[in-house]
Design a protein around this ligand. Structure first.
Ligand code: NDP
Length: 284
């Protein structure tokens, strides 16, 4: 039987709609719109696309878009000074620095300079620590967006065997923490993991964020498992594909996310959700 599709695009649109309504209500009461500053350093083409999409989403939601593009030769000190300036502005509630940054910039120092209350990417060690201690404030957008999608399946996560493939600070590690916090039994796999096919075969829920096209084979998937594909890979013919062999996996899974139109749209919607929370202390 073919899997049900977890339609991230539709779920994200619903979420963005409720964010827009919340902003309109708050502004009608005389509050400032949420202000989001997306800082892009340099001209990485993929980052330019992501930043443009964030800008459009931001404007549609009624946010104040404070995005900026800084030249590739911007120094560490100049970028830190820009963050200090944004940290101090009352009309800016969220600050993100689009990654990757040019090689001469140390991303850790940059992330740690963002006021944790304005860290709407959720990458600051303070926010990662809050998530790890089951006291989340601003959680990383992609894994949190996945949790919003999983809620739509109606399947309780408690007690499920969850396997997360990929262990980055942006995707795998916070994803594992989110699932652990919901009392799934979580296995985290990475480049040194032995017998990945066997690990995946035991999973009731598998989340893959590696960055290798079709690396998780469809026939590894357990019958009836939920499959979440975070990967976004551009192939030579210009098309996009995920990290999971979709056509085969969808015949085994109970639920599956497509690429594109799965996790990607949820990431942006969750960024808006985090910014709304940073501005007004409410969650849409
Ligand atoms: P990273 O390169 O930072 O991390 C990749 C992870 O995969 C690492 O933990 C690495 O292990 C692990 N890995 C690499 N090779 C293997 C292997 N053969 N077997 C098992 N694990 C392996 O990537 P990101 O986490 O930033 O991104 C992952 C993917 O998700 C990319 O395709 C990216 O484009 C996509 N992405 C999508 C988003 C969305 O909104 N949908 C948002 C963010 C990312 P190790 O730690 O040992 O090196």
């Amino acid at each position: 039987m073919s899997a049900q599709i977890l339609d991230g695009k539709a779920i994200a649109l619903e979420l963005r709609d409720s964010i827009q309504k919340e902003v309109a209500a708050q502004v009608a009461e005389g509050k400032m719109p949420p202000g989001l500053a997306v800082i892009l350093v340099g001209e990485d083409p993929a980052s330019q696309v992501y930043v443009k999409n964030k800008k459009i989403a931001c404007e549609k939601a009624g946010f104040n878009d404070v995005s900026m593009v800084l030249p590739a030769e911007t120094s560490q000190a100049e970028l830190l000074a820009k963050i200090d300036e944004l940290n101090a502005r009352d009309d800016v509630h969220g600050i993100i620095v689009q990654l990757p940054v040019p090689d001469h910039i140390d991303p850790e120092e940059i992330i740690e300079r963002i006021d944790p209350k304005k860290d709407v990417d959720g990458f600051h060690p303070y926010n990662m620590g809050r998530l790890a201690t089951r006291l989340p404030e601003l959680a990383p957008c992609t894994p949190h967006g996945v949790m919003t999608m999983l809620a739509k399946t109606g399947i309780p996560l408690r007690g499920l065997n969850a396997v997360v493939v990929g262990a980055s600070n942006i995707v795998g590690v916070p994803m594992a923490l989110e699932l652990l916090n919901e009392r799934a039994t979580v296995t985290v796999c990475h480049s040194a993991t032995k017998d990945l096919p066997q690990k995946v075969a035991e999973a009731d829920l598998v989340v893959v964020g590696v960055g290798i096209p079709n690396m998780v084979k469809g026939d590894w998937i357990k019958d009836g498992a939920i499959v979440i594909d975070v990967g976004i890979n551009r192939l030579d013919d210009g098309s996009l594909c995920g990290d999971v062999e979709y056509d085969v996996a969808k015949e085994k899974a109970s639920w599956i996310t497509p690429v594109p139109g799965g996790v990607g749209p949820m990431t942006i919607a969750t960024l808006l959700q985090n910014t709304l929370q940073a501005a007004y202390g409410v969650k849409a």
